[in-house]
Ligand binder design. Structure first.
Ligand SMILES: [Zn+2]
Length: 133
């Protein structure tokens, strides 16, 4: 939840520079070493924006796997799920690990309120499309 709040804060700050409007969607890069579960992050995002101005906005997670490089075997794909041994499973040499630590907002889709003049007031109800889990 803390990360979703942080993303929300970053996005609101960015959106504010465009004036009033609504966040449609946010794309974030999540590295596999961040211990962030994309599914949980999406749920947390929905909870953070629920009932607010940006309710119904979506969070797209771009999963960024880490790369393990062995000086002898090259790119090593194998590893036990959920563990991170920086040792080559084939030859036992230490692996060089790159990437996988991303936690960045990549893209913010934002719709400005261009009818601030006399259009009907905002409907505060969340956009209920009945999307299933
Ligand atoms: Zn190796």
């Amino acid at each position: 939840m803390g990360i979703a709040l942080e993303i929300h804060r970053v996005c609101r700050d960015a959106a504010r520079q465009h004036g009033p409007g609504r966040i449609e969607s946010v794309r974030v890069a999540v590295g596999e070493l961040t211990a962030v579960e994309p599914e949980l992050l999406r749920f947390a995002w929905e909870a953070v924006v629920a009932g607010g101005r940006h309710a119904g906005s979506t969070l797209d997670v771009v999963w960024c796997p880490a790369t393990q490089l062995c000086s002898q075997c090259g790119d090593v794909k194998d590893r036990a799920a959920g563990s991170w041994l920086r040792i080559c499973p084939a030859c036992g040499r230490p692996l060089e690990v790159t990437g996988g630590d991303e936690l960045d907002v990549l893209e913010l889709r934002f719709t400005p309120d261009d009818d601030a003049g006399g259009a009907p007031a905002d409907d505060p109800r969340p956009n209920d499309r009945g999307d299933g889990p």
